[in-house]
Structure formats: C-alpha cells, structure tokens
Design a protein around this ligand. Structure first.
Ligand code: URA
Length: 382
C-alpha cells in the first residue's frame, strides 16, 4: 500500500493532510524520515508520525450498548442514530450498524465498516444466532416454547426458522430468546402470534460475542481481536442449499442411478458443505511433516464433514416438511454411474463459489478438498 493512503487510513486524516504530515517531515518508515507519499510499504514496515508508531487496521469493529430512542441507521433526519453516538472518533470511516434493533429496543449493536463481515453475520444462510432478553406483558407459556421451536408462522403466512425461548429467571414474564435469522420486528411479531406483547427487548449476544456488561447505555468499545476472529468464524458458511426444479441440472446424461433416486420427485434440493480452506492448509502441512498424523486428521475431518452434512440435511428436511413435502436421502455426483462432470453445473446452479467459497477443479474435484455436494429429491408424497 502507498504511504499516503496508509497514513490517511491509520492516522484518520485526508490524503492532503497526510501530504502535509509528510512535507513537514513528521513521518518515518522503519525509523528513517520519509517525505514521499507514493512510497510502497511492505507488510513488515513500521510507520511512525511524530515518533509514534501507527497500527494499521483495515476495518473498525465496535460494540455499542444502544439506548432506547436511538435508531439503528447511519443517518436520520429526526432521530439520533447509533453512528451519531460514536461522534467523531473515526472521522474517515464510514461506519454502519450490522443489523438493526428497533428504536425502542436496547443492547448490542455491532458497528463496522467491514461490509463482508456484516453481510456474513446477517445472511440468512449463515444462521449466526442472536440472543435477546425480553420482558413480556404475560407469562411464558408452553405453547410459545413449542411454537418457537417448530418455527412460528406469522400473520402474513411467512414461516420462520426454529427459535428458542426459555425463562430468564424466576419472573415468568422475563425470557431469553435466541433467533437464527433477522426479520423485521421479528420477536414482537412472534410473540404477537401468541397474543403476548413485548414491554422491553434487549440484545445481549451476537454469535459468540456477548455485550460487555461494563458498557452503560450509549457507551461503546472496540471489539478485541479475539472477538472479531470468533465472529468471523461463526459467520463463515459451512453449508448452503437451495430447492430447484429438476431441470436446473443436466440430468438426462447423468446415468440411471440419479434417475432412479429422483423418480417420482417434482423438484430437488442441492446442498453443499465444506470444512473450508483452513482444513486443507493443515492437512497439506502435515502431509509434509507427519504423514501418520495427516492420515488421522484426514479421517477426523471426514467424520466432521459427515456430521455437518447430517446437520444440514436435518435442517433441510424440517424446512421441506414444513411446506408439506417429502425428501429423499442424499445422492452425490460420482455415486454409481453418475459422472463427476455433474459437479461443474451443480456448483453453478447452487453458486457455491459465492455462497461457500467452494469451487470445482478442471478434473471435477471439489476445492476445498473436504467438501461434499449432494442432491435430494423433493416429492409431495412419502
Ligand atoms: N425483534 C424485534 O421485534 N425487535 C428488535 O429490535 C429485534 C428483534
């Protein structure tokens, strides 16, 4: 990266302010005075302004305890926004809230300028759980518990993903709710289906990160590196799936076995699961240093893959059955007389590169290595 750009980002100034710093001889690179803005920096270079070393951070991640009455937006004509509460602490950063809390709700709002992580946290397929402390105007009932677990159907006919609700303590009106998706006014609408009103709603946890109890309403702090890593790991997709018409894949030339598998089906579900590139890196390293351990890790990774596939299949089955349909078992390209060449159109139809970071090599192998693709038939009878 160019020195002037680096200065502008880390020293929170404009490019022209960075130029002035350089011209005034305030900037050193590895201890040597440097006045040239177009100097290309290496990763290991240390830049200092007035003798103070700068710390480059590509993105900012803040945890805010949102008070009541503040809106989850970057700008608003009438109301104070969550970004207003940060003031001018990050003047060159375009912070935005990764997910909304209602104006009347309080608690954990993540503010960042990392669009990719924000997208991954919010994407419905990633299922990053969010936990809320909710005060109801009526005690928790068993019907709510069972209904939430099955997936509430809202007044507009939308069926939501299963959620959990449990008592938070002795008061039967105070409950903890965990959601795996984000729908407008979701908790209020879910309890509304059981004629219960929400008096207060406070978000306590996003994925693996809990709101810091030391933050009073309106206060914020930066996330630690561990919290950012944990959030990123939780938001990394492991599996994707989509229900598609049978014509979405070129099945005519894909052999008799897949035809038999899908006989009587009106549609199919394509699913893909991956352990990600980290597992490949680990196994490649072990293959060079400890081949026996590499074999053990490979076997363990395969067992984890099987678990992930079973978990995703169970989730798909629940969703398909909720629509009144039935699902066959899994069938993967390469089984029986089904050619591996089906992997290419499969990856395109499911868009596995964008959704999962999973691709198919010219030899029709999946990459990352520990990945699985499977086809499940959908029928309107068992
Ligand atoms: N569900 C709601 O109804 N409101 C929120 O602010 C968050 C979840």
């Amino acid at each position: 990266m160019r020195l002037d750009k680096y200065l502008a980002e880390t020293a929170q100034c404009t490019r022209s302010e960075a130029k002035t710093l350089l011209q005034k001889g305030k900037v050193t690179v590895n201890g040597t005075l440097c006045k040239k803005g177009d100097t290309q920096l290496k990763e290991t270079d240390t830049v200092a302004v007035d003798g103070k070393a700068l710390n480059y951070r590509q993105f900012v991640y803040l945890m805010l305890n949102k008070p009541e009455g503040v809106v989850s937006a970057s700008t608003d004509k009438r109301d104070t926004t969550v970004v207003d509460l940060i003031g001018d602490a990050y003047p060159r950063r375009e912070l935005f809230p990764a997910g909304r809390l209602d104006k009347t709700s309080t608690g954990f709002v993540l503010l960042t300028d990392d669009g990719t992580l924000a997208h991954d946290i919010l994407a419905p397929g990633r299922h990053v759980p969010k936990q809320y402390l909710v005060t109801l105007d009526t005690p928790l009932t068993n019907a709510m518990r069972v209904g939430f677990a099955a997936g509430v159907t809202l007044a507009d006919g939308q069926t939501l993903a299963p959620a959990e609700v449990k008592p938070a303590g002795a008061d039967p009106c105070v409950v903890r709710v965990t959601l795996h998706q984000g729908v407008y006014h979701q908790i209020k609408r879910m309890f509304g289906m059981f004629d219960a009103g929400v008096n207060a709603l406070h978000r306590e946890v996003i994925g693996p990160v809990a709101l810091d109890a030391a933050l009073v309403p309106g206060q914020w702090r930066e996330l630690t590196a561990e919290e950012v890593n944990a959030l990123r790991a939780a938001a990394t997709p492991r599996g994707v799936w989509k229900q598609l018409p049978l014509t979405a894949l070129p099945l005519k030339n894909a052999g008799n076995d897949i035809a038999r598998h899908l006989r009587g089906c009106d549609a199919m579900v394509l699913m893909a699961v991956t352990l990600g590139s980290g597992a490949d890196t680990l196994m490649r390293r072990l293959e060079l240093t400890d081949i026996a351990l590499a074999a053990v890790v490979d076997a363990m990774a395969s067992a984890v893959m099987e678990e992930l596939c079973n978990a995703l299949e169970a989730e798909i089955r629940t969703s398909v059955q909720a629509q009144g349909h039935y699902l066959t078992g899994r069938f993967s390209p390469g089984y029986g007389d089904c050619p591996l060449t089906l992997q290419q159109p499969f990856a395109i139809a499911l868009d596995t590169v964008r959704g999962l970071g999973m691709a198919v090599t010219p030899e029709n192998l999946l990459t990352p290595r520990k990945s699985v693709t499977a086809i499940l038939g959908v029928a309107d009878h068992p």
